[in-house]
Design a protein around this ligand. Sequence first.
Ligand code: CMP
Length: 139
Amino acid sequence: MESNKTFTMIKPDAVANGHIGAILDKIIDNGFKIIALKYTALSAEKAGEFYSVHKGRPFYNALVSFMSSGPIIAAILEKENAIEDYRKLIGATDPTKAEPGTIRNLFAKSIDANAVHGSDSDENAAIEGNFFFSAFERF
Ligand code: CMP
């Protein structure tokens, strides 16, 4: 299992609010190499599949509906200690609890519209990266 990769999405709120460039700049400035990148959108079915680990939780339907509400950016990022470092960079899931200067502190509005997703383990980073990217889309 690789430990130097993570997967991220810039969510529909941050895309709609014009934050793609600022968020990608932060990612690059913090030493992550973008090895795959895509501007796309999730259908409700695909969003449900991506977040199937949360099925049954009270926020699942709202999450699926929000994540299929507009285009997103999907990316695979490479850096030593990628999972932990990226979670530090994005801040707490609830932006009201995110440290100043983190991506969610700067760009997120609520726990649903929280600007970005970041993988929580090496295993999930591999699963989530494979959900969006083929071998021919990674460099
Ligand atoms: P994300 O890191 O993409 O993973 C699951 C998402 O569910 C999370 O970010 C939040 O946007 C959303 N969510 C909404 N409510 C909650 C909650 N109570 N706990 C965790 N995630 C939540």
